[in-house]
Design a protein around this ligand. Structure first.
Ligand SMILES: N[C@@H](CCC(=O)N[C@@H](CS)C(=O)NCC(=O)O)C(=O)O
Length: 298
């Protein structure tokens, strides 16, 4: 916890020290810097207010989906964005995309604006839209099936993500990841920050304290469970796609399209081919325009 506090306060303390040093060394320059900084902040604030006005006027029950820039090989390098956008498509909910402000009220991506309200977290959004717009695809399932779907969704969103994030940012130090997006050259200087965040996350959660081979085995067991449950069915819960397919497809899309050379892609290709076929099936059904949703579009 202490190290977390140091991390969050460090940049603030540094900024105050630099400002004090400037003030002692060169007052006119310090004043100019404050004025320029203030002007930038004000213009950003005005831009944000205008954007907010635009999003609030998107239309009744039209979702404004706020996301990162598209990926080169899949519509997003975030499993949660693919999950949520797949759900919007499954539900036939009209939506617009915003790339300007990818981090929302919880400082996470994705988030949405719906009828002027900002809502964060892919799962809370799915549940909210399902309830508010009558788009619940799991209502026909038995209680037992709903419990299994819930367990698979949580395993995918909260556990399978960890071995994948570990491979993406720690084992490979973000190198293959950097190739999955068209990023400005200076982003390579920021990848270290993301790496540090992921390191903290996996250490606090605990998975980061294991050997790489043990972490991979944990990921393998999650994939095994999904593959065994899916079996020969077209979708996880049977012939009809449901919400859990959005979460599972979102995560698997990161393995299939964004993790070349990873042990997880190897597993999906060799041990769990039904998962690979499943990804192709969901893509064909809900993403006929997949190539147009890449950056650059194809
Ligand atoms: N539980 C959240 C997780 C979202 C999440 O972790 N998003 C990542 C991108 S994959 C993010 O916003 N990272 C930026 C950060 O943590 O600063 C959800 O389902 O929406």
């Amino acid at each position: 916890m202490a190290s977390l506090e140091i991390w969050s306060w460090g940049p603030g303390i540094l900024a105050v020290r630099v400002a004090k040093w400037f003030w002692r060394k060169n007052k006119p320059l310090a004043v100019t810097a404050v004025v320029v900084f203030g002007a930038i902040k004000i213009s950003k604030y005005i831009k944000r207010q205008n954007l907010r006005k635009k999003w609030n006027n998107a239309g009744k029950d039209v979702v404004v989906l706020h996301i990162f820039q598209r990926g080169k090989f899949s519509p997003s390098v975030s499993p949660y964005v693919v999950k949520l956008e797949t759900y919007l498509r499954m539900a036939g909910i009209p939506y617009q995309i915003d790339f300007e402000e990818p981090l929302g009220p919880k400082r996470k991506c994705p988030w949405i604006t719906l009828n002027g309200e900002a809502i964060g977290d892919s799962q809370l959004i799915v549940e909210r839209l399902g309830e508010q717009l009558g788009k619940d695809f799991s209502a026909h399932l038995t209680k037992e099936q709903q419990a299994a779907a819930h367990a698979m969704r949580v395993m995918t969103d909260e556990h399978l993500v960890l071995p994948l994030a570990y491979w993406r940012f720690i084992t490979t130090r973000g190198k293959p990841f950097m190739k999955t997006m068209e990023l400005p050259f200076y982003y390579q200087f920021f990848i270290g920050l993301t790496q540090r965040k992921v390191k903290q996350l996996v250490m606090i959660q605990g998975i980061g304290r294991h050997k790489t081979s043990e972490i991979e085995e944990m990921g393998r067991k999650d994939l095994q469970a999904l593959s065994d449950y899916l079996g020969e069915k077209p979708y996880l819960m049977g012939d009809k796609a449901t919400e859990v397919d959005c979460a599972v497809f979102g995560m698997l899309s990161q393995i299939v399209w964004n993790s070349p050379g990873s042990p997880y892609l190897r597993m999906v290709d060799t041990e769990f081919p039904n998962l690979h076929q499943y990804c192709q099936r969901v893509k064909e059904r809900f993403w006929p325009d997949w190539n147009k949703c890449l950056y650059p579009p194809q």
